[in-house]
Design a protein around this ligand. Structure first.
Ligand SMILES: [Zn+2]
Length: 108
């Protein structure tokens, strides 16, 4: 049985996860009109015997997408990481100067 060590939930059976495809494929630019580029992105995959980067989603847990580096020969998992980087902490907002209200018009 394959055990995936989810960064959020800890080690879990792979039954809790859904395979999401090859994580080494990079999506072409949205405005790339070359059909060959899109054909290769959608249909052409490598089938390596060895280390492979894969997307997995923890569907029965935290629902996070993960990048799992797995050896396809023996299913040994070398690393598991969140697919999306956590949001960077924003610096504290600077106080803006008080707003000046526009001058009032005098009624005539
Ligand atoms: Zn999880």
């Amino acid at each position: 049985m394959l055990r995936i060590d989810c960064p959020c939930c800890g080690p879990r059976d792979h039954d809790e996860f859904r395979y999401g495809g090859d994580a080494s494929v990079i999506r072409p630019a949205h405005d790339d009109a070359d059909p060959e580029v899109w054909y290769r992105y959608v249909f052409v995959r490598k089938n390596p015997a060895g280390a492979h980067r894969e997307h997995w989603q923890h569907v029965l847990g935290c629902r996070q997408w993960l990048i799992v580096e797995r050896d396809t020969r023996n299913h040994a998992i070398a690393s598991v990481a969140l697919a999306r980087k956590p949001p960077a902490k924003k610096p504290p907002a600077k106080k803006s100067p008080p707003r000046k209200s526009p001058p009032r018009k005098r009624p005539r």
